[in-house]
Design a protein around this ligand. Structure first.
Ligand SMILES: NC(=O)c1ccc[n+]([C@@H]2O[C@H](COP(=O)([O-])OP(=O)(O)OC[C@H]3O[C@@H](n4cnc5c(N)ncnc54)[C@H](OP(=O)(O)O)[C@@H]3O)[C@@H](O)[C@H]2O)c1
Length: 249
């Protein structure tokens, strides 16, 4: 099994799941640019991964009118661009609240949905546009969440459910053009996003049937499969990797 494409842009690659995917893909010989808003974080990730295939770029995905400009810059760095991993998100942890219907102000709503909802849509659309115009038979991997399948009322689950929906509809439409779009819906994965309640990878986590947190490298392995030459048979779907969180009873 090998990656279907090898010039990859990873949004949110400075930490957590995105960083683990960057390492996995560099190890497999791909050229990768990781993107985030914080230069120090990206630099630290690049030092840790320590691959000459890895580059980084500071960018805020909420700047939706500059996506194509960024893709052009990344393409210049990598000598092409044919794969995207959309892993950047603020997550509900950024407020520490937002699970209850009255637990968010309209200003907070605008801040978090500008990234987790609006930018998630425009990234997908602009990535497709970019590849269609250049005849690139590329890959897109989106990040949803187990939160999409729970009964939480806040914005996060709804934004992740939207990502599953767009993955399905864009995936079906543009698979015909050789653009393979899939998603992953992780359960609680040991990253900075869940540091409010995840203090150690060895901590027992009974909400999952496997009674532990998921490791970022485990998600990275699934990402590798979905973006491999085998992965296109799963086209337009979001694979749930939640350690048995939302298994129907
Ligand atoms: N960890 C979990 O338990 C879990 C569960 C389900 C789903 N997920 C999803 O998995 C994905 C990865 O999450 P993670 O756990 O790896 O979280 P993380 O470590 O917090 O990584 C998210 C990354 O996104 C970047 N980011 C945030 N806003 C951005 C923006 N506006 N523009 C560019 N980059 C931005 C952050 O860097 P800067 O702050 O420097 O920009 C950060 O490096 C997310 O989509 C998350 O919703 C995570």
């Amino acid at each position: 099994m090998k990656l279907r494409n090898d010039k990859i842009l990873i949004f949110g690659g400075g930490s957590g799941i995105g960083k683990a995917i960057a390492k996995r893909f560099c190890d497999a010989g791909a050229s990768v640019v990781i993107v985030g808003r914080t230069e120090a974080k990206l630099q630290a990730a690049a030092e840790e991964i320590n691959s000459r295939n890895l580059h980084y770029k500071v960018f805020d995905i909420a700047d939706v009118n500059k996506h194509i400009e960024l893709f052009d810059e990344v393409s210049t760095i990598l000598g092409g661009l044919n794969g995207f991993v959309n892993c950047a998100a603020l997550g509900s942890g950024v407020l520490g609240r937002g699970y209850e219907p009255w637990d968010i102000t309209s200003e907070e709503w605008d801040t978090v949905t500008a990234v987790d909802f609006k930018a998630a849509y425009f990234l997908m659309r602009n990535e497709i546009d970019y590849m269609l115009e250049r005849g690139i038979r590329g890959n897109i991997l989106n990040f949803a969440s187990n939160a999409a399948y729970t009964d939480i009322i806040g914005y996060y689950g709804a934004s992740k459910e939207a990502i599953i929906k767009w993955t399905r509809s864009f995936g079906k439409k543009y698979g015909h053009n050789g653009i393979i779009i899939n998603g992953i819906a992780p359960g609680a994965t040991f990253t900075p996003m869940i540091k409010r309640y995840a203090h150690s990878i060895d901590q027992k986590y009974e909400r999952h049937a496997i009674e532990r947190f998921i490791r970022p490298d485990e998600i990275a392995e699934l990402a590798f499969y979905l973006m491999s030459d085998y992965g296109e048979i799963i086209c337009g779907h979001t694979v749930v990797a939640d350690g048995g969180d939302n298994v129907a009873t």
